[in-house]
Ligand binder design. Sequence first.
Ligand code: HAM
Length: 414
Amino acid sequence: MASTSLQPIQGMSDISPPDVYLWQMIEERAREVFARYRFQEIRTPLLEKTELFTHSLGDTTDVVTKEMYSLQDRGGRNLSLRPEGTASAVRYIAAGAEETANARVFYMGPMFRCERPQAGRKRQFHQIGIEAVGAPNPRADAEVIALQLHLLSAWGLEGAKIRLNTIGLPEDRAAVVDGLREAIRPRLSELPEDAQQRFETNVLRLLDSKDEAVQKVIADVPPVIEFMSADSRAYLDTVVETLRSLEIDVEIDPSLVRGLDYYVHTVWEVVHGGLGAQNAISGGGRYRIQIGSKTIDGVGFAMGVERMIAALGSNGITAEQFAPKPAVFIVSLGEAALKENMLLAQMLRYRGISCEMDLGDRKVKAQMKRADKAGAAQVIIRGDTELEKGIFVLKNMADGTQREVELPELMELL
Ligand code: HAM
């Protein structure tokens, strides 16, 4: 068989030691932070009805039209691997009784988007996200942004920036579209053909275009907020004021539009200079999703774990620092000691001490080499002489000193 069959499919990766220890650190600290803000974990299925996503993310968005892994099951049902976590969380919350009306949930896990793989863009990637349900309240948006920053500091990330904007309410949309068109129309001929088409079909998407000619025109267009109602402007002002009072600085970026249709009011992205073109480590915002007979208002965000890890790496934080080492390595000289040492290892492990030992009858030198490689802090050495005397040789790997101890002292030292 060709050797490529040993690889996972394109755009998806195995996560293994030592990298996995960085993943564990990220997940553990996230759980600690979420607990302080009283968010509870939910684990929703990876596979959902396709209509859940088309309906809540928007049936003309890139994610829905181009990127979903969709399939028909044996019963002919149309299903999709989840491309993000908000839709499933909202489905869960909408199905619940009253106690979920102000639900605060978090989730961690794989998401799937069939995008063209490149640096920072995978087909299976992982998100850590939260959703706080409740009627629109700018203070709730600010609290969620503050939580997001708390997470970044718990992970030790420095140099991240928040770009914030508002996309207003659906009622603002017509005025925004008209206002943008009016501002751009006199210079329409400067735009490339596809951008001229976008001008007609989805003028908002011109704002985050990477095309230079488009950017030049957009630079002179008034920020979208100028076309919005006084209420929507006041909403953004309160978010920014609340953040300031929490000593959080944000950059208002009028060109920020998000790729999903469910957003209203506040939207934001966290970007990091250590990443390339795909520089968003997180995206979030306030949303309104109609599901079944219910309308769910909420605010949340999702961090991309792979991008987070790349950003941490650019800060010098790597997996090796979190790889656990055995507290002790046990070296055996001869059959009898090997047998006794297995019992010793079992006792130590039951008492919460991590230990490693060689189960073959390898030379002492080889066993010591393995102990060193594993990074054990201490080594216990036992052979026939030690068994007879009822003692243990304990070697401190940091300074190379060794001493003979009896069991009670050994337990104390470990
Ligand atoms: P999103 O901006 O589509 O938002 O994704 C959030 C984050 O997931 C991105 O900032 C990025 O770090 C990561 N991400 C997205 N696509 C990929 C990919 N192909 N490869 C690697 N990382 C990726 C959402 O998904 C919304 N559900 C966030 C949200 C929650 N809004 C409100 N609540």
